[in-house]
Write a new protein. Structure first.
Length: 344
């Protein structure tokens, strides 16, 4: 993958140690230039796509571009961008590609001179100094760029966005170009048809159907959590000979987070030990203990993990472990016997 928004000579000079020879610098520069030449189609498609995004969203500040064969990623700042915005940008970009616009290279002595010729110039000004190389896509985009490009937009063939995300103020668009983009687009279409059959609804209703399913799932999870918590809080404790309350309950396909939440709460409000288990695809053990019981929850859990090939973690007051459900009965006996020996 080539990162295409840096001045190679400056970067190698800035970061190189004194031991880096002139020859090594030349090799690095040659490698970077080769990367630029390899991705002409991808680089030009990125220019077309980002100008198209700018036409939809207004100000767009590209911070980094990464290119690879068949596509790449763009990192940029702009207002929130939604899927309809991206569709409009894709439509515009592919229209420009189909129009077979020539791509020209201009060189100016300064950024100011370049802007005097192309007022709509896109440039990452903090990284531009000295002579400025401008890539012009006829009548559509003008961008300060040191990379190599196609001679005509038709060479890009086709471009699509394959992923969109945002971290902080930086947006990221992954895109594909040419045959890679065409094959991905066909794959997207095939998945839409598969979902149409699977969900039993027409394609235009897929998004709504998926949203309804997501909301139903969240509602079921809320109900499961509430029911699990209600049952856990309804467990009657057994009083041991040392006056310690033992809360013990075996759950089946319950909400693990609710179980852990209640266990933690019970040992804070009582001098108690809590042993909750949850049988699902595996066997979850939640062990909690008040400080005054003298029982270290994690130490006891670790003993079980060593004996029954489990995994987990926690601290002296609350520990959680996961085991094979094949050991469910053995584990329950193990914990109850150890607890009885310590606080019974």
């Amino acid at each position: 993958m080539a990162v295409c928004d840096f001045n190679v000579d400056k970067r190698i000079s800035k970061n190189a140690s004194p031991s880096v020879s002139k020859y090594e610098r030349q090799v690095f520069n040659l490698y970077a230039e080769t990367c630029f030449l390899m991705f002409r189609k991808e680089h030009s498609a990125e220019h077309i796509l980002m100008r198209s995004v700018q036409l939809v969203k207004g100000q767009v500040l590209v911070r980094k571009v990464e290119l690879e064969e068949g596509g790449g990623s763009v990192f940029f700042e702009c207002d929130d961008i939604n899927l309809d915005d991206l569709l409009q940008a894709e439509l515009t970009a592919n229209k420009v590609i189909a129009e077979e616009r020539p791509v020209r290279i201009h060189v100016f002595d300064s950024l100011d001179e370049a802007r005097s010729h192309f007022p709509n110039l896109r440039a990452y000004e903090e990284r531009v100094s000295g002579k400025v190389r401008v890539v012009e896509i006829d009548g559509f985009d003008w961008s300060a760029c040191t990379g190599d490009h196609v001679e005509n937009t038709r060479e890009c063939e086709f471009v699509i966005v394959t992923r969109a995300s945002k971290t902080g103020k930086i947006n990221r668009l992954d895109f594909a170009v040419g045959d890679v983009a065409k094959n991905l687009a066909l794959g997207f279409g095939r998945r839409c048809l598969a979902l149409e059959r699977l969900l039993g609804c027409p394609q235009h209703a897929l998004e709504k159907a998926a949203l309804n399913m997501k909301n139903e799932l969240l509602d079921l999870r809320r109900r499961l959590s509430a029911m699990t918590e209600f049952i856990a809080r309804s467990v009657s404790p057994k009083l041991t000979g040392k006056g310690v309350k033992l809360f013990n309950c075996n759950f089946y396909e319950a909400d693990g987070s609710a179980i852990r939440r209640v266990a933690s709460d019970l040992v804070k409000k009582n001098i108690a030990v809590v042993l909750f288990t949850n049988l699902s695809s595996g066997f979850e053990v939640v062990l909690a203990a008040s400080d005054k019981t003298g029982l270290n929850a994690f130490s006891l859990l670790k003993e079980a993990m060593d004996n029954f090939a489990g995994k987990g973690g926690g601290n002296s007051s609350l520990a959680v472990g996961w085991f094979s459900k094949d050991f469910a009965h053995q584990l329950e006996d193990f914990f109850l016997n150890r607890i009885e020996a310590m606080v019974g």
